[in-house]
Ligand binder design. Structure first.
Ligand SMILES: *Cc1c(COP(=O)(O)O)cnc(C)c1O
Length: 427
């Protein structure tokens, strides 16, 4: 047994499934995970000293690549000043000012410790502010493991969902309407029927948790217009896209201004950080000013704030976004040529440093169409890539991430690996 296999044996004895978050278990590719002992730049090194080009970037946060010196320095300095005080600290003010500067819709922001906490708190705030109970979410959008958001579609567009996890009481999901993404008509019907009871619509403005797909023309505009019309709130969950597709997220790219925004991943620089923010009038309903309770012992932790702030400042200071766009374009072109060689007209989606190859030649615009991709081909592709030293997400329903540390040589090496992997996958 190699080191990873030994570690997985030990892990399975004491951790459910051997992992602390399910996607890490490699269930979608019918295999066992490897263990990582270190990471730097575009590469991770596993417990058996195998070096891999990494396109997961710890599922989004590592936008500057792994362990960037500027973030490490900030963390080392913060650690020397103490780990946590449970009092206000200067760096959390710097962080809040930075977020308000970068994210168009945010006038005030509250820090939390994960994306899940951000969406959970934003939903509570929306309900408290509007004094309404119902929310709309979209099938295929992931918002963390919040009870009322772990809801699968009901049997019809206007029926309430059912729990998507054991342990979530049916009653908890009775206030969540789940609709197909990109279906304007379903949204209109839902508001016609329940409009005065709907506190908020929450969505990933670019869904990136069932592969990566995009809103059709007018979909986000429709959501903005109809929520305004019915005095409901529009919540953008930009935990994945925030500071990633642009400094100000999808709202910067589209010019659409949500009422509340959820953030996470990139703002922590690899440490556990989330945040939610929006208009002052809404945010001021939070305790201690308002009646909506929300709190956290480690919220705004000074080490985590230092890491995240250093990462955001470095993104602003450098040409990281332009570089990632160039690397993304190079990779996309390479994959397209490799597909062409095999006469495959498969769907590739990309925005800047985020990309997804669907093993399907049909357009992908919601969960149903994403699920049509060929899982068997994906599995072969995934393992072949790993053999060639490239680590792609171990699931056909995940987005790939390029970092500012990926070089043109990394991309070229990856394209060579794609050619070899396609030869095996399609023959
Ligand atoms: C990752 C993610 C979350 C959950 O964040 P955690 O930090 O894992 O709790 C929520 N929403 C979106 C869009 C995400 O990608």
């Amino acid at each position: 047994m190699n080191q990873s296999e030994q570690l997985f044996q030990r892990a399975k004895a004491v951790i459910p499934g051997g992992v602390n978050s399910p996607v890490r278990a490699f269930k979608n590719v019918d295999g066992d995970p490897f263990f990582v002992k270190s990471a730097k730049g575009s590469r991770i090194v596993d417990a058996d000293d195998r070096s891999l080009i990494d396109y997961i970037g710890t599922w989004g946060p590592a936008i500057l690549g792994h362990a960037p010196q500027i973030v490490l320095d900030a963390v080392h300095q913060a650690v020397d000043r103490g780990l946590s005080y449970g009092t206000p600290t200067p760096v959390e003010v710097d962080m809040a000012e930075k977020i308000v500067e970068l994210v168009p819709s945010v006038e005030k922001v509250r820090m939390v410790s994960s994306g899940t906490e951000a969406t959970m708190s934003a939903i509570r705030l929306a309900r408290g502010y509007t004094v309404r109970n119902m929310i709309i979410k979209f099938i295929g959008c992931y918002h963390g493991h919040v009870d009322s958001l772990l809801v699968a579609a009901g049997s019809g567009a206007l029926t309430f969902g059912k729990p998507d996890s054991a342990g979530v009481p049916r009653e908890f999901t009775q206030l969540t309407l789940t609709l197909p993404y990109n279906d304007k008509e379903a949204v209109t019907q839902a508001f016609k029927k329940y409009g005065s009871q709907i506190a908020a619509v929450i969505l990933e403005p670019y869904p990136a948790n069932a592969g990566l797909y995009f809103p059709k023309d007018g979909f986000l505009e429709h959501l903005r217009q109809i929520t305004k019309q019915y005095d409901s709130l529009l919540i953008f969950d930009e935990v994945m896209t925030g500071f990633r597709v642009a400094p100000g997220g999808v709202q910067e790219l589209t010019g659409l201004v949500p009422d509340l925004t959820c953030m996470g991943k990139v703002i922590g620089g690899g440490l556990p950080v989330g945040a939610f923010g929006g208009k002052s009038e809404i945010m001021d309903k939070l305790s201690p000013l308002g009646p909506v309770y929300q709190a956290g012992t480690l919220s705004g932790n000074p080490v985590a704030m230092a890491a995240g702030l250093a990462q955001l400042q470095e993104l602003q200071r450098t040409d990281a976004y332009a570089h990632m766009e160039a690397m993304g374009a190079q990779l996309e072109d390479g994959i397209r040529s490799a597909l062409k060689k095999h006469q495959k007209d498969y769907t590739i989606h990309r925005v800047g440093s985020m990309f997804c190859l669907f093993f399907s030649d049909e357009p992908v615009f919601d969960l149903d169409s994403a699920m049509k991709a060929n899982k068997a081909e994906f599995k072969k592709f995934f393992w072949s890539m790993l053999e060639e030293g490239v680590y792609m997400a171990p699931s056909p329903y995940e987005t790939g991430f390029i970092s500012a540390a990926h070089s043109s040589n990394d991309i070229e090496e990856t394209i060579q690996a794609v050619h070899k992997a396609f030869d095996k996958t399609f023959n």
